[in-house]
Write a protein that binds this ligand. Structure first.
Ligand code: FES
Length: 105
């Protein structure tokens, strides 16, 4: 699946992501800046925060309770905020667009 990450300055990073990997892993692997992922994907750091493009919110779905609690620690949380380590790539997410926040934490 193709994923586009948009940096706060508008720069776009397009990566090809394998099904079953997470949106966070693909950012880290491809050196997309601004996703720190300090805990390595354990849903316990909130430094992999992204904003899901409005068009994609239904496809991505809602965060689970543990993620929602952790999101409270993220900077500038919005209704479309998600922790990217908790978004698993599927074929249905081909074309997904996420935006990277100004800063993490
Ligand atoms: Fe730590 Fe996602 S990488 S919460």
């Amino acid at each position: 699946a193709k994923i586009t990450y948009i940096a706060p300055d508008g720069q776009e990073f397009v990566v090809e992501a394998a099904a079953g990997t997470t949106v966070m892993e693909n950012a880290v692997r491809n050196d997309v800046p601004g996703i720190e992922a300090e805990c390595g994907g354990a849903c316990s750091c909130a430094t992999c925060h992204v904003y899901v493009d409005e068009e994609w919110m239904d496809a991505v779905g809602q965060p689970e309770v543990m993620e929602e609690d952790m999101l409270d620690f993220a900077y500038d949380v919005r209704p479309n905020s998600r922790l990217s380590c908790q978004i698993r790539v599927t074929d249905a997410l081909d074309g997904l667009i996420v935006r990277i926040p100004e800063r993490q934490g």
